[in-house]
Design a protein around this ligand. Structure first.
Ligand SMILES: Nc1ncnc2c1ncn2[C@@H]1O[C@H](COP(=O)(O)OP(=O)(O)OP(=O)(O)O)[C@@H](O)[C@H]1O
Length: 263
């Protein structure tokens, strides 16, 4: 299990003050956040108002250093075991980030695999396995710039699995995909947790995806935890017009903004 405790990230932002003057402002994008990610299930991380989801995912995947707080992965603290943990986690982002367009699918996987210390036969076998898994075995030698959106996204998934991570962080993984491919992706994520006992954290704006996939969800507002529970728990307590998660979240955002206006 991943245990996140009092996780905080403060960005220092430069603000223009007048014509020449600049001042520094501290922005807590993630503010004393605590939550768990279990193996064998998909956990949702949702947000309203610049919630800090991407910042959280980047800290979990060791791409960004926390300002304060602790993250432990199966009992091992990030601060003391960064090298080991880097090998056990990975992130899959939606859209077209994190892959090199000029390189072929195979070259991309070879590059990212080598960053995890894979080489030779081991890397070759892993690449072949993943290319087949995501259905790109016949397109392996084509530059990514010639890929369709769906093919790029499938390559993203292969890239995110190159190190056979125990925990996978999905940041809007079905962004911009057509309905059929998005469905295939969701089925694939379910297989990863059910058959391979991976732990997945999902951030998404598609509430239907959350309703379908997530056993437990955490809702953030301005970097802080606003609510947690199963989809059922959260929708049951809401005063929204119906129990659709989309409307429940919308109502939550309205209530939070109203309270802020009063203060
Ligand atoms: N590198 C950065 N420097 C300064 N501020 C940042 C940086 N990255 C993010 N922020 C700010 O931190 C806050 C949280 O951003 P983050 O991208 O983590 O939120 P998010 O929940 O993923 O948002 P969205 O759903 O819009 O993608 C926002 O106010 C954002 O403007």
């Amino acid at each position: 299990m991943i245990k996140v405790r009092d996780l905080t990230k403060v960005y220092v932002v430069k603000e223009k003050k007048g014509f020449l003057k600049k001042s520094k402002k501290h922005l807590a994008a993630v503010d004393k956040l605590s939550f768990n990610i279990k193996k064998g299930e998909i956990t949702g991380l949702l947000g309203i108002n610049g919630a800090g989801k991407t910042t959280t995912v980047k800290m979990l995947s060791t791409l960004l250093e926390p300002t304060e707080g602790d993250i432990s992965y199966d009992g091992k603290y990030l601060k003391k075991n960064e090298k080991l943990i880097k090998r056990k986690v990975n992130m899959i982002a939606g859209g077209e980030r994190m892959i090199y367009w000029r390189l072929t699918a195979k070259e991309n996987l070879r590059y990212f695999g080598s960053m995890y210390g894979l080489h030779g036969k081991e890397l070759q076998e892993r690449m072949e396995y993943l290319l087949e898994l995501v259905g790109l075995q016949d397109k392996a030698d084509i530059p990514v710039e010639k890929f369709s959106k769906g093919m790029k996204q499938r390559l993203q998934i292969a890239r995110g699995l190159i190190n056979d991570p125990d925990y996978i962080f999905l940041d809007e993984p079905t962004l911009g995909l057509d309905v059929q491919i998005a469905k295939e992706m969701r089925e694939f994520f379910v297989r990863l947790v059910k058959e391979d006992n991976k732990g997945i954290l999902l951030t998404t704006h598609y509430m239907k995806e959350v309703e379908e996939l997530c056993r437990y969800i955490y809702i953030l507002n301005e970097g802080k935890l606003l609510r947690e529970g199963t989809v059922k728990d959260i929708t049951k307590l809401s005063t929204a017009k119906d129990s659709k998660l989309e409307n429940v979240l919308l109502k939550m955002a309205q209530d939070v903004n109203k309270q802020r206006d009063v203060i």
